[in-house]
Design a protein around this ligand. Structure first.
Ligand code: FE2
Length: 243
């Protein structure tokens, strides 16, 4: 039998150990200062479970990528917006169009926020992926020769992007074009070398693939096509060619 005082001491000890063990699991960016700041820009929920894209994208990568990296872009952007009403009044797509007017910290974090919103929606669980539409396939065949050729050009752009960045398929003047951007830039930005409306994009930062694929970026790029949400890409293509 424990004496009541001994039992209380034991409970307090267990409580302290539990508090210590759960603390590191909290998102690094979720400091009290951050959560107290006005959340002008809201990180959307991941549109599927974190293991929904296994085995192409493993759950550990997805949890870190969404819960730490993407969250940090939003938290850092909100820190900037807290003292800048002009910035806070903009939507992310509006910001992209005039990003050259803002400092690098806004460019990097607003880009990171938008790019990942777009990226999560570019992928889907198996039963929701669909196929390229007839209209999109026709355009792909005209501009690249075949879907395989487009994938090859995209994978080459992703592999050749030095350091961190993104590979894209964009609609530019009604045609499909493959491009890449460094860091968290994207083709909507007024600073982009190749501008257009993205319909597909893959994250080639090491944080997107390193846990599972290590240094084999090319393997990640090839595997990634298996999880593409063609239903969403078809919709984006239809909207982009109407513009
Ligand atoms: Fe990322």
């Amino acid at each position: 039998m424990f004496k009541p005082s001994l039992l209380l001491a034991l409970m307090l000890t267990v409580g302290a150990v539990h508090a210590q063990s759960t603390k590191p699991a909290e998102p690094a960016a979720a400091s009290s200062a951050t959560t107290a700041a006005k959340q002008t820009f809201q990180q959307p929920a991941l549109p599927y479970a974190s293991n929904a894209l296994e085995p192409v994208i493993d759950m550990a990568t997805m949890e870190l990528h969404y819960g730490k990296h993407h969250k940090a872009y939003y938290d850092n952007l909100n820190k900037e917006a807290a003292d800048n009403s002009k910035l806070a009044a903009q939507s992310l797509p509006q910001l992209m169009k005039s990003i050259s007017r803002y400092p690098a910290v806004v460019r990097n974090n607003a880009g990171g926020a938008w790019n990942h919103d777009f990226f999560w929606a570019t992928m889907a669980p198996a039963e929701q992926r669909g196929e390229p539409s007839a209209a999109l396939l026709k355009r792909i065949e005209t501009d690249f020769g075949s879907l395989d050729k487009m994938k090859e050009a995209f994978n080459t752009a992703g592999t050749k992007q030095f350091g961190s960045g993104w590979a894209w398929v964009i609609v530019k003047g009604g045609k499909l074009v493959v491009s890449s951007t460094p860091n968290q830039d994207n083709p909507l930005m007024d600073v982009a070398e190749v501008k257009g409306t993205p319909i597909l994009g893959n994250d080639v930062w090491e944080h997107a693939y390193y846990l599972k694929y290590n240094n084999r970026r090319g393997d990640y790029l090839k595997e990634w096509w298996k999880v593409v949400n063609w239903n969403e890409v078809n919709k984006r293509f239809d909207e982009a060619v109407k513009k």
